[in-house]
Design a protein around this ligand. Structure first.
Ligand code: ATP
Ligand code: MG
Length: 356
């Protein structure tokens, strides 16, 4: 069902994203080592991973960064335990005990591993996979939550010291994910080859088609005006469209749209506040830019707005930095040389934050 709100896990429930689906699946099967799924909130990252995870017949693990403590030793332990389980699940003739024995790891009730033994264990596991000509696929969702536990160092190490471990990673906070996967030179993953799959918004016609098919599936008649209005507000973000469809099965169309809008704005406002909180020095400048970009503006217009707010010159480099940062977090977009708030929900989120 298109309007189920849980992340999708079966191909037939996945609307569109054919190309992204094929790229992910083929990259895994080709043995590309680091595959990153990027996209702003609610664009279907977890769904895409889960569908592919369920389809591939290989040793595999799916972990959610939200439920692992962000400490290096804990991450290693969870990854390693998950990997051992994946291998024993896959090679049905093997028992955990036998696998550990083959890897030369002593078997205790408490499988505590230190950083060095943990990493060495992965190298042994890699040999084990090599001997059987198999790859192990680690799916890591919400990976930005593990930043403090040095997840990028762990991924870089596994990349360099193993050959049969493939890592598929995704995260919600686009900017943080960038820091982890190494868009910047200070990350451990900087310069390592990666496949990046970016999930975007649906085009207008696609959003309309999605709602139509979803309503047809649950046998609800909805007029075209309501569908178009919803698409105007929810702007092609599949998660919001799904939630709208879900509410519509219980409430009226108007009320459903209002509920989704409220929920979306609340989440966005929280994200903006968080963004501003860690940039206290430039908080007023960022907020002023966000307010101004309710309409599309050129770089030079943004600069002028900041200067008129402060009554003094603002450094060019800083203006570019602010815009870059806001783009990294998906709050604004650049369309034909103009910057603008990325969607109506963010515009409202800005208004709410500015009012406080
Ligand atoms: N291709 C799709 N077809 C139908 N529904 C989808 C699709 N992708 C996502 N959804 C729905 O959209 C919502 C968000 O999906 P999902 O949780 O996969 O996104 P996400 O990008 O991981 O979100 P978050 O940023 O919150 O982690 C869910 O309700 C899911 O069922
Ligand atoms: Mg998700």
């Amino acid at each position: 069902m298109y309007f189920d709100v849980e992340p999708k896990s079966r191909r037939e429930d996945l609307f569109d994203f054919e190309e992204e689906y094929l790229t992910l699946k083929n990259s895994i099967l080709r043995g590309e080592r680091i595959i990153v799924i990027k996209g702003i909130r609610r664009t279907g990252k977890t769904s895409l991973m889960k569908v592919v995870y369920n389809e591939i017949d290989v040793p595999k693990v799916f972990l959610d960064g939200r439920i692992i403590t962000p400490r290096q030793s804990d991450i290693l332990l969870v990854l390693f335990e998950g990997s051992i389980n994946a291998v024993t699940d896959y090679f049905l003739d093997l028992k955990i005990k036998d696998v550990l024995k083959e890897l030369g790891i002593s078997f205790g009730i408490n499988l505590r591993i230190s950083m060095s033994t943990g990493l060495r264990s992965f190298e042994k596991l890699d040999e084990f996979l090599e001997n059987r000509n198999k790859k192990l696929i680690l799916f890591l969702d919400e990976v930005q939550r593990l930043k403090a536990g040095n997840i990028s160092g762990i991924i870089a190490h596994l990349y360099e010291h193993t050959r049969n471990i493939v890592m598929v990673i995704a995260g919600s906070e686009v900017g943080l994910l960038d820091e982890i996967i190494g868009r910047y030179a200070d990350s451990d993953l900087y310069g390592r080859p990666k496949r990046v799959i970016e999930l975007g918004r649906l085009k207008r016609e696609k959003s309309i088609e999605f709602l139509k098919l979803g309503f047809a599936e649950c046998k609800k008649k909805v007029d075209m005006d309501s569908i178009e209005e919803a698409v105007d507000v929810l702007d092609g973000i599949i998660g919001w469209l799904t939630l709208f469809g879900y509410y519509s099965m219980r409430y009226g169309i108007e009320k459903s749209l209002e509920m989704v809008r409220k929920e979306g704005v609340k989440i966005v406002a929280k994200e903006i506040e968080h963004f501003l909180e860690v940039r206290k020095d430039a908080k007023n400048r960022y907020l002023r830019i966000l307010e101004a970009l309710a309409i599309p503006l050129r770089w030079v217009e943004v600069k002028r707005i900041l200067e008129s707010m402060e009554g003094r010159e603002v450094n060019d480099k800083m203006v570019s930095k602010y815009l870059r940062e806001l783009m990294r977090y998906g709050f604004i977009e650049k369309r034909e040389e103009r910057y603008v708030i990325a969607d109506p929900m963010i515009r409202e989120g800005v208004v709410r934050v500015a009012r406080r």
